[in-house]
Design a protein around this ligand. Structure first.
Ligand code: FNR
Length: 342
């Protein structure tokens, strides 16, 4: 199967899988404050991730690219909404367009629709420095994501089986590029050990891409003739992964992607130490079911919910969320305890 058809199948299967299973944020509870002494209009949600200034901590995370007209149309809508709400947006893996110039249009549409917004390029960890530079130039990108997706590749019958040399390649790219490099997972989370390895090669922004949202083990299984379900329940949850990375590398900027569906999820991710959250599957579904209007309503809902939660907590600025008291229970409590994370 070619890359383009695979991309379309990923979209189809994402749309089929349920997005309402409880995620790790159910284990995190804020402590209610009856006298917050604040008005909703006092709340400000702009923030920064590393050197990138963001109008809100929500950004549209990597999904599509490659795959022709359908992905052009999806990317056009995502880019329009990103521009309207001044949101950062990452594109899907550009490896397809690096290997086949005919695929460039599916990415270039994003910069065309949003000439001045923050756009983030995306490549695989097999990419060379030259390929990383090509991906960035294609979009005049403001930052570059390098995705790590070992489990997804293993579950894909046609997936990669060689994973050596990744850290060396990441180091070369970090050394050579003048824009921020974000290393991200795709739904299996990052551990403190991984964060340390990345710190040692000069990375300081991680997107944890934790479990609890889009599940690429399940998606790849839907594409397989014979299922390989040993990874269906694999991975570090988004909540636990934010804590893992922050404990190991307190000065990293962390992006809390994976299963974000409400403003409450966003507030919880930020309170655990994330600087921003990426949203993928939810936005793809919304666009498919209700078009661009539905996408806009979802972005507004997330922003309004975040402001309401911050109001209830008496918090005016995103940074202050890190200081509010939390109670952690359930699986996340046990995970953090056994991993020695206070
Ligand atoms: C993705 N994701 C992804 N990530 C990446 O770095 N490069 C890619 O090409 C893709 N492709 C892709 C396609 C589709 C259809 C989906 C839904 C997702 C992963 C994505 O950026 C994110 O890390 C995960 O989807 C987890 O977030 P959600 O979906 O739970 O919000």
């Amino acid at each position: 199967m070619d890359r383009a058809s695979r991309k379309i199948e990923h979209i189809e299967h994402t749309l089929k899988l349920s997005s309402n299973e409880p995620n790790s944020f159910k284990d995190i509870k804020f402590v209610h404050q009856s006298i917050p002494n604040i008005d909703v209009e006092h709340v400000e949600i702009h923030t920064t991730v590393g050197e990138l200034p963001l109008s809100s901590p929500i950004f549209i995370n990597a999904m599509t690219g490659g795959g022709g007209e359908r992905t052009i149309s999806i990317n056009r809508s995502l880019a329009r909404v990103a521009q309207k709400y001044n949101l950062a947006m990452a594109v899907g893996s550009q490896m397809a367009a690096i290997r086949d110039k005919n695929e460039r249009a599916t990415f270039e549409v994003v910069r065309k629709e949003n000439p001045t917004g923050i756009i983030i390029s995306n490549i695989g960890s097999e990419a060379t420095v030259e390929q990383a530079k090509e991906a960035v130039e294609m979009l005049r990108a403001d930052a570059l994501q390098i995705h790590l997706n070992v489990v997804q590749e293993l579950v894909m019958p046609e997936g990669d089986r060689t994973f050596s040399g990744v850290l060396e390649r990441i180091k070369d790219i970090v050394d050579e590029l003048s824009i921020p490099v974000i290393v991200k997972e795709v739904g299996f989370g990052m551990s403190k050990e991984t964060a340390t390895k990345l710190a040692n090669v000069g990375v300081n922004v991680i997107d944890v891409g934790g479990s609890g949202g889009t599940n690429f083990a399940k998606i790849e299984n839907l594409r397989r003739e014979f299922t390989l379900d040993l990874f269906n329940d694999w991975g570090i949850s988004t909540a636990a992964s934010i804590c893992e990375v922050k404990q190991s590398q307190p000065f990293f900027s962390v992006i809390g992607t994976g299963g974000i569906r409400t403003g409450l999820d966003i507030a919880k991710a930020l309170s655990l130490g994330a600087s921003a959250v990426g949203v993928a599957g939810l936005l793809l579904k919304e666009l498919h079911d209700n078009g661009e209007e539905g996408l806009e309503m979802t972005i507004e809902r997330l922003m309004n919910e975040l402001k309401m939660v911050m109001t209830a907590l008496g918090i005016r600025k995103i940074d202050e969320l890190r200081k509010v008291p939390l109670v952690i229970s359930g699986e996340t409590f046990h995970w953090l305890k056994q991993r020695g994370i206070p």
